[in-house]
Design a protein around this ligand. Structure first.
Ligand code: SF4
Ligand code: SF4
Length: 103
């Protein structure tokens, strides 16, 4: 079975360079940048095109700055599957592509 193709987007200006996502990635697809962001932190970067969209990085990021996408096989479009928001208030975790309720 072909692997799922994934991708991530990091809000680099909000990243604190804690490296948790780098450690959590089973594909070793992440590293910290040589450059620093406006806050003075080395930020997370996707360096290998091997992301499977597993969502680990987004779920461990304490600053909730990673959005994970998976490629829809039919359309080829990237669909967001993991987005964590408002960690200082309500936590909203979405895992999985748009799934309609059954029943
Ligand atoms: S979604 Fe999974 S495979 Fe892709 S960068 Fe994040 S941890 Fe790695
Ligand atoms: S876990 Fe979040 S804050 Fe930490 S390095 Fe990764 S993207 Fe940055």
């Amino acid at each position: 079975m072909a692997k799922v193709r994934g991708d991530i987007k990091v809000d680099i200006e909000q990243c604190k360079g804690c490296e948790l996502c780098v450690v959590a990635c089973p594909q070793d697809a992440l590293t910290l940048s040589k450059e620093i962001n406006k806050q003075g932190y080395h930020y997370a970067l996707l360096v290998e095109d091997v992301c499977t969209g597993c969502t680990n990085c987004a779920l461990v990021c304490p600053d909730a700055v990673i959005t994970v996408y998976r490629e829809d096989k039919k359309s080829g479009k990237k669909i967001p599957v993991a987005e964590v928001r408002n960690v200082t208030g309500d936590i909203r975790i979405t895992v999985g592509a748009d799934e309609e309720a059954e029943g």
